[in-house]
Design a protein around this ligand. Structure first.
Ligand code: WQD
Length: 339
């Protein structure tokens, strides 16, 4: 298939692009490069040995987005494009709602106009909001505790309404848990702008000497070691989950499907620190500090629905995640080159 990957220059998007190309798909990337460096494209071409068509485009621009569909014969869309920093979304709600909702609507409108009906959406476990049941299943109610999370909840609702209105759509809502890791080549990986919000890139930057120490946000949670517990999933497993979902919905007759993409393993902050230390051979200095507002104590995926219906399973361990992250970080101490 000819697959449009919006946000395809980003962390998860780029890893998914490589697997799409390896599987024989043609790929068109649409990215505004607001959170990705153009230098990644040459690495994708080099790693895949395949050409990639790239549009530098603001997908909130309906005319530009429609023009892309007029120029390219797209069979399916995997939609990653969107702002994704929880803290930033609290500070800039209008920007987040404008960008994330308008981007999704602009792409969906162009798809509708051009007869493209296969859509894989990058959703998030954040849509489960606060729930006393730590193991998340797809039938749980959705809510959010921040504007970023609400954009995911709202776009999921838009997609449900689209599927009800026209059952010729084939839509997958993929709810990611905590994506971490990097391509085994070490040539691409997570490269956050500025101070990392998320645990793994921060730990990685401490190990490589870019950061002095990790702040552990609380060790007084009701968890085995007192630190926050999450379900970390290797970005390569996450990418293969997208290909499995794309193939499944394209071949099926369900207008809309929902799947958790997680490992099902409950891993604490200190588990990550210790695993990274093993992988890198470096000590990871850390300091226990007060809890981060909005953080939940513990949650992880029940991935059985995806396992059963997609024939997909996350296979990489936290040690694999740390080893691959370290290879990327140690080869690229300052992330992707600017040029
Ligand atoms: C993981 C654990 C922190 C940083 C967020 C978004 C979610 C998704 C993934 C987009 C927590 C602790 C973290 C640090 C720490 N993003 N931590 N020190 O918060 O589970 O999820 O990213 O879809 O929507 O909410 O990920 O990596 O920020 O935190 O102690 O410097 O690490 O308290 O327990 P989180 P995270």
């Amino acid at each position: 298939m000819r697959v449009l990957v919006t946000g395809g220059a980003g962390y998860i998007g780029s890893h998914t692009v490589l697997q799409l190309l390896a599987a024989g798909h043609d790929v068109v990337i649409a990215d505004d490069f607001s959170n990705a460096k153009p230098s990644i494209i040459s690495r994708l071409v080099s790693l895949s040995g395949k050409p990639v068509t790239v549009y530098t485009v603001d997908l909130t621009d309906e005319e530009a987005t429609d023009g892309l569909f007029a120029s390219e014969d797209i069979d399916a869309v995997i939609h990653f494009a969107g702002f994704k920093a929880v803290g930033e979304s609290v500070a800039k709600p209008i920007s987040y709602y404008r960008n994330n909702i308008d981007t999704a609507l602009s792409v969906l409108q162009a798809m509708d106009r051009h007869g493209v009906r296969t859509f894989v959406f990058s959703s998030s476990a954040t849509v489960y909001g606060e729930n006393p049941i730590c193991e998340r299943t797809e039938d749980m109610p959705t809510s959010a505790t921040n504007p970023y999370g609400w954009t995911k909840v709202m776009i999921e609702q838009i997609l449900r309404d689209v599927a009800v209105a026209d059952d010729s759509w084939r839509i997958a809502l993929l709810r990611y848990f905590n994506p971490v890791g990097a391509h085994p080549s070490g040539e691409i990986g997570e490269d956050p702008n500025g101070l990392p919000n998320n645990l793994m890139p921060f730990v990685s930057q401490v190990a490589v000497g870019r950061r002095e120490k990790l702040s552990v946000f609380g060790d007084d949670y009701d968890t085995p070691d007192g630190t926050g517990v999450r379900d970390y999933i290797h970005v390569e497993d996450l990418a293969s989950g997208h290909l499995a979902a794309l193939d499944t919905i394209a071949a099926g007759d369900d207008p809309l499907s929902v799947w958790n993409l997680g490992s099902g393993s409950a891993v604490s902050v200190l588990d990550v620190v210790n695993a990274f230390s093993r992988a890198s051979g470096r000590d990871i200095p850390y300091e226990i500090v007060p809890r981060r507002p909005g953080d939940l104590p513990a949650y992880w995926a029940d991935p059985s629905k995806a396992n059963d219906e997609l024939g997909w399973k996350a296979i990489r361990t936290i040690d694999d995640m740390c080893a691959d992250t370290w290879r990327w970080q140690s080869k690229n101490p300052n992330g992707f080159p600017d040029a």
